[in-house]
Write a protein that binds this ligand. Structure first.
Ligand SMILES: [Zn+2]
Length: 535
């Protein structure tokens, strides 16, 4: 029987870190069926990969594609980068499970991240239902889900800051078990975001016990990536130690100039923990700017009760005084972006209510639209006026730290972005279009931080093994045919902060489950992606 496709004359990087070898790859029914010489007559179709690197499709260890895949099923911002699988549902915020009573709180909180689309009808409640909704609509990319600790907590106790009692704890554990049964690969947390920020370590430890029982990993956006980076890393490592479960420190970095360099310490902590038997790794994006929702500019108390309660506080003068005091106070334990990065380094990236501010810094916005107002007063006015429906980009990371983390053997690469398309507008962080080609161009091929085979390992087999994918992340006979073909001389990111909706160059072919999704550098309108479910 003929093969469906043969990729001939490419340099095969197997994803395991082995050096390249010139060979052919044969694909049938979505699987790699042969690696070795293939005659043109043996396949229905041939792609000539002369001069190209042929490697496993890239796997993004940390993103939020789940938010937008119903609106953007072609996932073109990722597919064009060669990313064939996303690990999603991160930072404590998954799209399920949802509870009838608290669904509006979740919807409102996630509003800046979930593009409006008739497909995103919020009718699902469980992860299984959400997965089915995506399957019905189709996806170009494979998706592996984590369930969010914040999402579990909202379902049980809304945005209440109080500790969970025994009954609430039991309900959260039950929801977690159900999510793992639905096929989620583990639990994510986002401990700077409500209600993760209200969660004590004890609650996390109890939930992690369920991961140990059912099998699953713990990925965490640390409680603090700035002044308390080491303490926060220690908290995450302790969870892995206590339950002997894999722990992933998400988008690892040190935020704020006074904290630059601290990643050397946390990387050593990770090495040490591994020597003691804790399976801890991290991931990172290749940029010196972070991006998140504007609500995280506010101190945790301001976020109690959900976004509507936050908006009321923003309109209340005595609450404003309290918020301003907490933002100005020295040595606060919450992650204070305004203090860490300063308002001239924080830019609004997307704001549907007031698109004119996109690309402007908070300082500029206050000066332009709230002139005469004191900076924080102007910021509160702005947040109230746009009802917190905005995202921001914060320049607060040191390039040397980015290099140190990316170069470290314990890191893999992650975009921390969401599904987008040029039609989405705004000025989102360019990582959504550029992470993987930028990593390869700037840090591997030009920067020389590692060999190309090692760089490819970090974006293929390493994330596959972190999440526990048995048949992806390597080019082996019998594995799924997720593949990315790129030109090492030409691959580069083109997305910039000024002009972020630009696809990269030098990636002429991408295959998902054996189907061509990028053809001669152009998006093919195909949706062969699968929802991956934990065995
Ligand atoms: Zn995060």
């Amino acid at each position: 029987m003929k093969m469906d496709l043969a990729i001939r004359n490419g340099f095969l990087f197997d994803g395991a870190g082995n050096p390249a070898v010139k060979t052919d790859i044969g694909i049938r029914d979505g699987y790699i069926v042969r690696i070795g010489r293939i005659d043109e007559t043996e396949a229905e179709r041939t792609i000539d990969a002369k001069g190209l690197a042929a490697c496993p499709g890239f796997i993004d260890m940390h993103n939020h594609v789940d938010n937008g895949v119903l609106a953007f099923p072609s996932v073109e911002s990722y597919i064009m980068q060669g990313v064939t699988t996303s690990v999603t549902g991160n930072c404590g915020a998954s799209m399920a499970p949802l509870d009838d009573e608290s669904i509006e709180l979740s919807r409102r909180y996630l509003a800046p991240f979930v593009p409006s689309s008739e497909k995103a009808d919020w009718k699902w409640r469980t992860n299984a239902e959400y997965m089915k909704a995506i399957e019905a609509n189709g996806t170009a990319q494979n998706l592996a889900f984590l369930v969010g600790q914040g999402t579990l907590r909202i379902a049980v106790k809304g945005f209440s800051p109080s500790a969970a009692d025994d009954c609430e704890m039991a309900r959260m554990k039950c929801l977690l078990r159900n999510a793992l049964d639905d096929g989620c690969f583990g639990l994510s947390s986002g401990l700077i975001y409500p209600p993760g920020s209200f969660t004590e370590e004890r609650e996390l430890l109890e939930l992690a016990g369920e991961l140990a029982r059912c099998g699953g990993m713990y990925a965490t956006h640390l409680r603090n990536e700035g002044n308390f980076l080491a303490e926060s890393a220690a908290e995450a490592i302790e969870i892995g130690r206590r339950w002997n479960i894999p722990v992933q420190l998400s988008h690892h970095k040190a935020v704020g100039r006074p904290n630059w360099g601290k990643v050397h310490h946390t990387l050593r902590m990770m090495e040490e923990a591994r020597r003691e038997g804790v399976d801890v790794c991290c991931d990172a994006y290749p940029y010196t700017a972070a991006s998140t929702t504007v609500t995280s500019l506010l101190p945790p108390f301001a976020l109690e009760g959900g976004v509507e309660a936050t908006l009321e506080r923003l309109r209340n003068s005595s609450e404003r005084v309290r918020m301003a005091e907490e933002i100005r106070s020295k040595g606060c334990e919450w992650e204070n972006w305004v203090a860490g990065a300063r308002m001239e380094n924080i830019f609004i990236s997307e704001c549907s209510r007031l698109p004119d501010v996109e690309g402007k810094s908070l300082r500029e916005i206050v000066a332009t639209y709230y002139s005469g107002r004191e900076l924080l007063e102007g910021l509160f006015d702005f947040l109230a006026d746009v009802e917190c429906l905005a995202k921001m980009i914060v320049f607060a990371i040191d390039e040397n730290d980015v290099k140190a983390v990316l170069a470290h053997p314990l890191s893999c690469v992650a975009s921390d972005s969401w599904a987008s398309a040029p039609s989405a507008g705004g000025k989102p962080h360019p990582r959504g279009y550029g992470t993987f080609p930028r990593f390869l161009r700037r840090y591997v091929l030009d920067g020389g931080l590692m060999t190309l085979q090692e760089g490819i390992r970090k974006i293929t087999s390493m994330p596959a093994s972190r999440i526990g994918l048995q048949d992806r992340g390597l080019l082996r006979e019998g594995f799924r045919a997720d593949m990315t073909l790129f030109d090492p001389d030409k691959i580069r990111d083109r997305a910039t902060f000024e002009d972020p909706h630009r696809f990269p160059e030098g990636i002429p072919y991408v295959l998902v489950n054996g189907k061509v999704v990028v053809e001669e550098g152009r998006l093919a309108d195909a949706r062969p992606g699968m929802i991956l479910r934990r065995a």
